[in-house]
Design a protein around this ligand. Structure first.
Ligand code: ZN
Length: 181
C-alpha cells in the first residue's frame, strides 16, 4: 500500500508538471490538472481505490496526447501496464478531429476494462466542465454535438461499473438541461 501511494503521488506530480502551462477550454480556464485529479477521483470512488494502475492511468491519461511525454517515459517511470493503459486511451493525432471522434465510438467497445472505465470518467469530467464553464467561442450547436458524442462514446462501453455510469448519467442530464440536446 505504501509503495502504491508513493507511485500515485508521483504520477500526480508528474502529470502536474507535464500539463503545467495548460488550461481547460472553458472561460474559467481551470488548470488542466484539475481535470486529471477529477478523473482519478471519479475512478477511485467508483472502484473503492482497489486498482492502482487505473488511478495512475487516470492521472496520466492525457500525457501522450497533450504533452511531450513519450510511451518510453511512461514505461520507465510508471511501468508498462500504466503506459499501455495511457496509450489505449490516446487518440491518433495524425488523424482529423472528426475521424478521431468517430474512432472513439467505434474502437472503445473492444478496449480493456480499465480503458473503458477511464473513458467514462473522462467524459463525465468533460461534461461537468462544459456545464460549469462553457467555452465562449463554442456555438450552441457545438456544445450540443459534444454532449451527444460523449454519450455515444459512453454508451459503447457500459455495463462495467454502475456507480461510474450513474455519475456520467447525472452529468449528461445536467448538460442536456443546460444545452438542450
Ligand atoms: Zn481527459
Amino acid at each position: 500500500m505504501t509503495h502504491e501511494l508513493v507511485q500515485l503521488v508521483q504520477a500526480a506530480d508528474y502529470a502536474a508538471r507535464q500539463h503545467i502551462a495548460q488550461r481547460r477550454k472553458g472561460d474559467a480556464a481551470e488548470p488542466y490538472i484539475n481535470h486529471l485529479t477529477e478523473v482519478a477521483a471519479l475512478l477511485a470512488e467508483a472502484t473503492d481505490g482497489d486498482d492502482i494502475v487505473l488511478l495512475m492511468g487516470g492521472l496520466l491519461h492525457d500525457t501522450l496526447e497533450d504533452t511531450d511525454s513519450t510511451y518510453e517515459d511512461l514505461v520507465q517511470r510508471f511501468g508498462s501496464e500504466v503506459a499501455a493503459l495511457v496509450a489505449e486511451v490516446t487518440d491518433d493525432k495524425s488523424l482529423r478531429k472528426e475521424e478521431r471522434k468517430r474512432l472513439q465510438i467505434e474502437k472503445t467497445p473492444s478496449k480493456s476494462r480499465r480503458a473503458k472505465l477511464l473513458k467514462i470518467a473522462d467524459k463525465t469530467s468533460n461534461l461537468r466542465s462544459l456545464v460549469r464553464s462553457p467555452p465562449s467561442g463554442w456555438t450552441a450547436e457545438r456544445l450540443r454535438d459534444y454532449v451527444v458524442w460523449a454519450e455515444a462514446v459512453v454508451r459503447s462501453c457500459r455495463g462495467l461499473n454502475a456507480r461510474l455510469e450513474a455519475g456520467f448519467d447525472a452529468a449528461f442530464a445536467e448538460a442536456k438541461r443546460c444545452f438542450g440536446t
